[in-house]
Write a protein that binds this ligand. Structure first.
Ligand code: SF4
Length: 383
């Protein structure tokens, strides 16, 4: 396999290349070297080596719809341009019927997944969330419901006076299929206190995902980069994800499906004075995620955050997934853009083919989706 490795320009990357061929996990020092090397394209080629070893020429996408049921939030994270206080202009909360109708429409358009997240609404009762899941499950039995970040799960546990395990069990009984990865931001107390002080610390985020994995509920993980964190803090964040994944793979019926490194978009947030990450910082960060965390199978270039052009390039920088059709996304938006952000399947496929990869439509658990001549999902392939 050594001959398959790229000849890198920077000699400091050679020991890392040897570790990769020997399947040795990279250390914090290795990660820092990947952050510091001027040979950024060497970092990309190493990440591409690992991606090819895991996935060959496959690149994944799904047909999904994001639903943000409310932007009313009790917290005020500085990096967030999404939240509103109740009564403030632009604040909204969807009735359960509206969320259900959106899910039904998505299923009718061929989606295999709905991705549901919102703010920490101070007044909605836990029953609202259970009714939402039950309603979708009843109306669309084949649709996978990926819903509620770890922060929302902790919020539910507070308002319902239930443990994390009890909340997750109740949600699963109502129809929950998996957890998205949001709310992780950067696992570091300094960064936490500076930009999202009201949120729970990393131990609670890990508690939710560890509990989900023990209960057999798969999940994803994110990392919000490009604001006030240092490269070392990013690398430590990734190592912490690798450690929980090792624990879950060894002991639990479920684990992380993918990592989604999220490029910070400063516009309209309290950190609007920051410049945000550049294209090369995006590519280097995605590649380092692939290299530091080989035990989480998939790295997603989420085209909403990285932009579709860079997400396409990222398919050669360690990423194997572009997310999906999305349709509606309200969490972050560049100034002047709306919230209708849709990619058509044919465009996603064209982008992947041009990157010399085979486009594979997947379900939430990365199983290939097969469709009949009328574009209907063959039932056995949907969770
Ligand atoms: S990031 Fe989440 S928890 Fe923080 S203010 Fe925004 S919606 Fe609320």
């Amino acid at each position: 396999m050594l001959q398959d490795l790229p000849a890198t320009l920077d000699a400091t990357l050679q020991p890392i290349a040897r570790k990769l061929t020997d399947h040795v996990p990279l250390s914090l020092d290795d990660g820092l070297r990947l952050c510091a090397t001027p040979d950024i394209h060497g970092v990309g080629r190493l990440a591409d080596f690992v991606r090819r070893r895991l996935h060959g020429d496959r690149a994944y996408f799904n047909r999904n719809r994001h639903i943000n049921y409310t932007n009313v939030c009790a917290l005020s994270c500085k990096f967030c341009s999404f939240y509103r206080k109740r009564g403030e202009e632009g604040a909204y909360e969807m009735p359960v019927e509206q969320v259900m109708a959106t899910a039904v429409k998505a299923a009718g358009a061929g989606a295999t997944e709905v991705h549901i997240v919102g703010g920490l609404h101070p007044w909605l009762k836990f029953d609202y969330y259970l009714a939402m899941l039950r309603g979708i499950r009843q109306a669309c039995p084949g649709l996978h419901i990926k819903a509620f970040t770890a922060i929302e799960i902790i919020h539910f546990s507070r308002i319902a006076h239930l443990s994390i395990a009890e909340v997750l069990t109740a949600l699963r009984q109502a129809g929950l299929g998996s957890l998205p990865g949001g709310g992780a931001e950067i696992f570091d107390d300094r960064v936490h206190d500076q930009v999202f002080k009201g949120k729970v610390r990393e131990d609670r985020w890990f508690e939710v995902h560890r509990t989900a994995h023990r209960l057999g509920i798969p999940s994803n993980a994110t990392m919000l980069y490009g604001h006030v964190e240092t490269p070392a803090e990013r690398v430590r964040h990734l190592i912490k994800l690798r450690e929980l994944q090792a624990e879950s793979l060894a002991n639990c019926p479920a684990s992380f499906n993918c990592i989604i490194p999220l490029s910070f978009i400063p516009d309209q947030s309290e950190l609007g004075n920051l410049p945000g990450p550049t294209g090369l910082t995006d590519l280097r960060t995605l590649a380092i995620a692939r290299l530091m965390v080989p035990n989480i199978a998939h790295i997603k270039a989420f085209w909403i955050m990285q932009g579709i052009h860079l997400a396409q390039v990222a398919l050669d920088w360690g990423c194997d997934d572009l997310d999906g059709t999305v349709v509606w996304y309200d969490i972050t938006k560049k100034a002047g853009s709306g919230v209708h952000q849709e990619m058509h399947v044919s465009d996603i496929q064209r982008i992947i083919h041009e990157a010399r990869k085979t486009a594979v439509e997947r379900d939430t658990l990365y199983r290939p989706v097969r469709r009949d001549a009328e574009d209907k999902v063959l039932p056995a392939m949907v969770s």
